[in-house]
Design a protein around this ligand. Structure first.
Ligand SMILES: *Cc1c(COP(=O)(O)O)cnc(C)c1O
Length: 392
């Protein structure tokens, strides 16, 4: 199916692009939305050439509009690549590191990405250097190697999960380029509406489409976008051979979710700022981690490189782990669950996961602010705090 390419014609703003990109070409009686194509194979005779659909592990017409839309949004010059999950995209991205190379990665990277990198480095595939990504000197020393081998890949995640540290993206990208490292940025927390890693210097941008892009906690999907033809062709080959492909129904659902991304991000970001300010003043909260607060260590960097501050915030609850757990159990509207970026507000004590780094405090709760009415969200938090301080 031919796709309509509005961006090339009209230079649209991103909040229009989420609605307009990835539509079928305008022909009489063509559908407004792309259809779901369920076929594991495609008709063909003669030699299979590049770009042929050929077989369902190589391509599916249902992927195309979403790959096109994600690429337009990230400002990539080539179509994005969908994967069966964010972690499948991580796996493909890590495969770009040459055997014996060096990976520099934030200590507080997404847990699954960190575990994968640790396991691959333990096998001897590459050397892993974990760093405080907010500390430029430490990251640059790890990139150059200070006498040891220089980095082959810089992994960026900013703000980090769950500590919400903000990396100095442009400075770190320049340092990584100077040593010839490939730069991969996990942009899941920010979405392309809030942060554009390719413009800040990254080579590859990664998404767990599961989160904000799909936006309704009903899909698991991942994506990579790049403007580098060689990197894209290696990643595409990895997907075709390792087989972590998107289901057509998931791709269709994610594109449907993407249509409202701008509205969802606008609403949840505004609510996150409001809630962070109120939580910051609450006696039962020891600390709020959120780059949107003026005194947060990442505030100025976030302001310079993001369009907003995202809608994830963390709090440390007074009274330690037990109080944090009791608080989550006392909530009625916020849903206790892992994951983030859906329309519904979720909350989770991160250290309940065995693999979570010990540098994450035991009383830390991660809040993914959804699109509910902010006063309802606040009332629920307040009543749960009241239960903590009330008679036990
Ligand atoms: C969830 C997440 C992932 C992994 O994505 P899945 O779709 O769960 O496989 C990677 N990075 C970040 C920042 C995430 O939040």
């Amino acid at each position: 199916m031919t796709l309509h390419a509005p961006n090339h014609l009209e230079n649209l703003s991103p909040d229009t692009m989420v609605v307009a990109a990835g539509r079928p070409a305008r022909e009489h009686d063509s559908p407004v939305n792309p259809p779901i194509v369920l076929s594991s194979t495609y008709v063909g005779t003669g030699a299979v050439v590049d770009g042929d659909r050929a077989y369902g592990r190589y391509s599916n017409p249902t992927w195309d509009p979403l790959e096109e839309a994600l690429s337009e949004l990230e400002g990539a010059t080539l179509p994005a690549l969908l994967f069966s999950s964010g972690l499948a995209a991580v796996s493909a991205a890590l495969s770009l590191i040459p055997v014996g190379g060096v990976l520099v990665m934030p200590t507080h990277s997404y847990q699954g990405a960190l575990v994968m990198a640790q396991e691959q480095s333990a096998k001897g595939l590459f050397t892993l250097r974990t760093v405080d990504i907010a500390n430029n000197d430490e990251v640059i020393a790890a990139l150059t190697g200070s006498g040891e081998k220089a980095a082959s890949m810089l992994w960026l995640e900013s703000p980090t999960n769950p500590m919400l540290e903000v990396a100095d993206m442009q400075v770190l990208c320049r340092s990584a380029q100077a040593v010839g490292a490939i730069i991969v940025t996990d942009n899941t927390f920010s979405t392309p509406l809030v942060q554009k890693p390719l413009e800040l210097g990254a080579d590859v941008v990664l998404h767990s489409v599961t989160k904000y892009l799909a936006g309704h906690s009903d899909v698991v999907l991942g994506a990579l976008a790049t403007s580098n033809p060689e990197l894209r062709s290696t990643l595409l080959h990895h997907r075709s051979i390792h087989g972590a492909i998107a289901g057509p129904f998931e791709a269709w659902l994610a594109l449907r979710g993407l249509r409202t991304l701008a509205l969802r991000v606008e609403r949840s970001q505004a609510s996150a700022v409001e809630l962070a300010q109120r939580l910051d003043l609450h006696d039962a909260v020891e600390r709020v981690l959120f780059p949107g607060l003026p005194l947060d260590p990442g505030h100025n960097r976030a302001k310079a490189q993001m369009n907003g501050f995202g809608s994830i915030l963390c709090i440390e609850v007074a009274g330690g782990e037990a109080a944090a757990t009791a608080f989550v159990e006392a909530l009625r509207l916020w849903t206790p669950a892992t994951s983030l970026g859906g329309v519904e507000s979720l909350i989770e004590r991160r250290r309940r996961h065995a693999n979570e780094p010990e540098t994450v405090p035991a009383n830390l709760l991660r809040l993914s602010v959804g699109i509910e009415n902010v006063e309802d969200l606040w009332r629920d938090l307040e009543q749960a705090f009241d239960q903590l301080s009330g008679p036990q």
